[in-house]
Design a protein around this ligand. Structure first.
Ligand SMILES: NC(=O)c1ccc[n+]([C@@H]2O[C@H](COP(=O)([O-])OP(=O)(O)OC[C@H]3O[C@@H](n4cnc5c(N)ncnc54)[C@H](OP(=O)(O)O)[C@@H]3O)[C@@H](O)[C@H]2O)c1
Length: 198
C-alpha cells in the first residue's frame, strides 16, 4: 500500500510511521519536516501535497492542534485555532483527498479522549475532537468507491510525559495501543468508527 502520513515526525506519527513503513510505502508529511511539506491550515498546500504524492491507498493523520486555556479568558480568535488546524485541516484532507485516493482506500483521522473526558482548559480541543468524530461517522456514509474513514481517539500517551500533570487521573496509554488502533483502521475493514484507546 502507498500510505501518506501527515504528522509523521510527531510523537504519535513517528511510532505509527515506524510500524507501517515495515510493510508499506510511506510518504511523510509535515509543515517543516517530511518527504513533502504541507500546512494543515492551508487548503492550497494540501491540494499541492496530494498532487505531488499521486494516487494513494491510505491517508493517516497524526497532526492538528488547538487552543488550551481557561474559558473565562477565551476569545473567538483563540477558539479558531482548533477549528482551523485540527478540525478544518483534517476535514480538508478528506474533502480534497477523496478526489485523489484509490478505490477501497482509507482515511484515518486523529481526535482524542478530551471529547468524552475533558480536563481543565480543554474546551477548544474537546469540542474539536467531538467534531472530528462526528465528521468521520457521517462522511463514512457518503465516501464512494469503497473508501473508508475512521478516527483514532487515544488518551494522553506514555510518550508525552510533559502533559501528565494536565491530565490528573488519566492513565497514560501505551504507544503500542495507539499504533494498533491505526493498524486497525488502515489495514482492517471497518468504517465510520471512532477507535478509542483510553
Ligand atoms: N500526545 C498525546 O498524548 C495525544 C493524545 C491524544 C491525541 N493526540 C493528538 O494527536 C495529534 C498529534 O499529537 P502529537 O503529540 O503526536 O503532536 P506533535 O508531537 O507535536 O507532532 C505534530 C506533528 O504534526 C506536524 N505538524 C504540525 N503542524 C502542522 C501543520 N500546520 N501542518 C502539517 N503538519 C503539521 C509536525 O511536523 P512539522 O513540525 O514538520 O510540522 C509533527 O509531525 C494531535 O492532534 C493531538 O491532539 C495527542
Amino acid at each position: 500500500m502507498k500510505i501518506i502520513i501527515v504528522g509523521a515526525s510527531g510523537t504519535l506519527g513517528q511510532k505509527v510511521t515506524e510500524d507501517l513503513e515495515k510493510e508499506h510505502e510511506v510518504i511523510r508529511v509535515g509543515s517543516k519536516s517530511g518527504d513533502i511539506q504541507a500546512d494543515l491550515t492551508n487548503p492550497e498546500s494540501l491540494e499541492e501535497m496530494f498532487k505531488k504524492a499521486g494516487p494513494f491507498d491510505a491517508l493517516v493523520c497524526a497532526a492538528g492542534s488547538g487552543h488550551f486555556g481557561p474559558l473565562k479568558e477565551m476569545t473567538g480568535e483563540d477558539f479558531k485555532k482548533g477549528l482551523n488546524s485540527k478540525l478544518l485541516g483534517q476535514v480538508n484532507l478528506v474533502l480534497i483527498g477523496q478526489h485523489y485516493i484509490n478505490p477501497k482506500g482509507s482515511f484515518t483521522l486523529i481526535s482524542g479522549v478530551l471529547s468524552d473526558d475533558p480536563i481543565q482548559n480543554s474546551v477548544n480541543v474537546a469540542a474539536v475532537n467531538s467534531a472530528v468524530n462526528g465528521f468521520v461517522k457521517a462522511a463514512a456514509l457518503e465516501l464512494e468507491n469503497g473508501v473508508r474513514i475512521n478516527a483514532v481517539s487515544p488518551g494522553v500517551v506514555e510518550d508525552s510525559p510533559q502533559l501528565f500533570d494536565a491530565f490528573p487521573g488519566h492513565k497514560p496509554v501505551s504507544m503500542e495501543r495507539v499504533v494498533y488502533a491505526y493498524r486497525k483502521s488502515v489495514l482492517g475493514h471497518i468504517t465510520g468508527q471512532v477507535i478509542k484507546e483510553v
